[in-house]
Structures are given as C-alpha cells and as structure tokens.
Design a protein around this ligand. Structure first.
Ligand SMILES: Cc1cc2nc3c(=O)[nH]c(=O)nc-3n(C[C@H](O)[C@H](O)[C@H](O)COP(=O)(O)OP(=O)(O)OC[C@H]3O[C@@H](n4cnc5c(N)ncnc54)[C@H](O)[C@@H]3O)c2cc1C
Ligand code: FES
Length: 281
C-alpha cells in the first residue's frame, strides 16, 4: 500500500522565472506521482521544512510535475535558492480533485488572481485535453501590474484553443499597459444570467456555468459575491481554500473550517459548502 507520509525524492529539472518573486519549478520524481486537478502535495526542502502547493502542470503527465511558487517565507525562500539538479521531497497527492464529469457540456469560468492562476493551470490543461466535452472556457485573470502576470508566454496559446477566451486586467494604470485596469471583478461585469433565449450569443450562461476561483482571500470574497449576484448557483462556484496545513491527511485539525477538513474535503470547496460561515476565506 502507498505510504502517504513518505516524501518521494524529486530532482529539480527546470526553473522558469514568472515574475520577480514567482518561479515555476519542474520536478522529476523518482517514481511517478499521479494527481487530479485540484489536489495538492506537500513539498519538503531538506533541512528547512515542508509546505503545501497545488501542482500547476497537466495531471495527465505523471513523470514530471510543475509547481509555480511565490516566495513568502522559510520554505519558499529556501526553494528559490535551489538550482537545477537539487533534490526536494514531494508527498501526496491530498484532498479531492474537481469533479470534471460534472463540468461536461457546460460553460466553465476560471477566475484567478496573482499566483492564484497557478493551481488553476493544472485544471485549465486538463480541460484543454478534453476540450470537446466542455461548451466554452473563459479565463479571467487579474495581476497587480504587468510585471506580476504569470504565464505571460503561455497565455497566447491558451487563447488559440477552441471555444476559449482569455481576459486580463491589472490593478492600477501602468504606462506599459493598454488593456483593462481594475481588480479582477471588473472582468465579471459582462456575465449575464439567462433563463431562455439564445445562450450561445452571451459571454457565459451563468445559470448553468461552473466557476473555479483561486486567489488571495479578499479576492475570493468579492468574486464570490459578484458571481452570486450574476446568477451563478452556489453549488457551481468552486473556491480554492489555501488554509494553513500540517499533516495533509485529516488527522491534525490544523486546517479545519467548521466540520470540513480543508486538506481532506477540499482544498476546493463550493460556495454552497461555505455559505454558512461568517468569514470562510
Ligand atoms: C492547498 C494549498 C495549495 C497551495 N498552492 C500554492 C501554489 O500553488 N503556489 C504558491 O505559491 N503557494 C501555494 N500555497 C501557499 C503556500 O503553501 C504558502 O505560501 C507556503 O506554505 C509558505 O511557506 P513558507 O515556509 O515559505 O512561509 P512561512 O515561513 O510559513 O510564512 C512566511 C510568511 O508568509 C505568510 N504566508 C504564509 N502562507 C501564505 C499565503 N498562502 N499567502 C500569503 N502569505 C502567506 C505567513 O503569514 C508569514 O507571514 C498553497 C497553500 C495551500 C494550503
Ligand atoms: S492539515 Fe491536518 S487535518 Fe488538515
């Protein structure tokens, strides 16, 4: 039986700088690690500690795993100093993945903020692998400034995918930016609630669409309000809940939100599941 506590030695094969403090690492584990979009892993930097991250690579690729990581503290700073050829430990995956069967035949809205696009990238790549199963995919992404946009080189390829659109915004006006300005909720203003008529003419049919959201807690709060206001059903809005975690296995209680263990029942929870909590984010 697989020992879920055992970190698998994984060699850093590639490091790509996304922004000044965010890098995408490609790891090659000594044995394949399979995961579903939405699940997370615990990454150990030897001698420093471990922290939870959601892979940003395609779940259908198991011999390597990419993770996009922002430097914020001890583990992530130590990782940022590591080089190609160095070794880390990866254990997992943990939590529940998205139920992609439930996404079939529907419009999918992806809303990311900052490094929050990273966990959503594995979902986006999984959706692209089966693009004909979904009606339309709309990716709406907000970053602080042009220099804070992750996957800048990949976004044009995403836009070329069938029935897919990508919209970007930055928080404040910037001399290098001619696109939309404002926090990510400005990209949700065109969403429409339809009950009848020709839904194909509209940007998204919010009455039946799925929304997947990841970003800082304040963003989740305002995006949640905006989506409910636009007619999304609470059970169709999935939030990535990035709580502090320890065991990752539903044992230590570090990650609890009411009756939910975010590490086990999440990390993705629907707006319906968290509706009763005063400040779930
Ligand atoms: C399920 C899950 C998935 C995640 N996926 C990703 C991912 O794909 N990419 C990624 O970069 N991060 C991700 N995170 C966040 C990541 O786990 C933390 O940034 C990491 O634990 C920080 O560890 P550290 O030792 O470097 O910092 P610490 O030394 O533990 O913390 C240093 C400082 O950073 C602050 N801090 C800790 N966590 C966060 C946070 N999430 N946001 C802002 N400030 C924080 C602390 O309050 C403290 O002030 C995820 C978290 C969870 C729970
Ligand atoms: S992290 Fe230990 S119970 Fe969730």
């Amino acid at each position: 039986m697989k020992n879920l506590y055992r970190p698998i030695e994984s060699v850093i094969e590639d490091i790509r700088e996304e922004t000044a403090n965010i890098k995408t690492y490609r790891f090659r584990p000594k044995e394949p690690i399979t995961f579903e979009a939405g699940q997370f892993v615990e990454l150990t930097v030897p001698g420093v500690g471990e922290a939870p991250f959601t892979p940003s690579s395609n779940p259908n690729v198991t011999d390597t795993m990419e993770i996009t990581i922002m430097e914020v503290g001890s583990v992530t700073d130590a990782l940022a100093k590591m080089k190609v050829g160095d070794t880390v430990g990866i254990r997992g995956p943990y939590g529940e993945g998205y139920n992609l069967k439930d996404f079939e035949g529907r419009d999918i809205l992806i809303v990311g903020g900052g490094v929050g696009l990273a966990p959503l990238r594995s979902l986006i790549l999984a959706l692209f692998d089966d693009i004909d199963k979904y009606k339309r995919i709309s990716i709406r992404y907000g970053a602080r400034s042009p220099a804070d946009i992750v996957y800048l080189d990949l976004l044009p390829d995403w836009e070329k995918m069938k029935n897919t659109e990508v919209q970007l915004t930055i928080d404040e006006p910037h001399p290098d930016w001619t696109g939309t300005v404002g926090v990510v909720t400005v990209l949700l203003e065109d969403l429409a609630f339809v009950t009848t008529v020709d839904v194909d003419q509209l940007p998204l049919d919010t009455s039946n669409a799925i929304a997947c959201v990841c970003g800082p807690p304040i963003m989740l709060k305002f995006v949640n309000m905006a989506l409910l206001d636009k007619g999304f059903k609470p059970e169709n809005i999935y939030h990535s809940m990035e709580r502090n975690m320890s065991c990752g296995l539903g044992k230590c209680g570090h990650c609890m939100l009411g009756e939910y263990y975010i590490c086990k029942d999440g990390p993705v929870l629907t707006a319906a599941q968290i509706a009763k909590f005063e400040d779930p984010f």
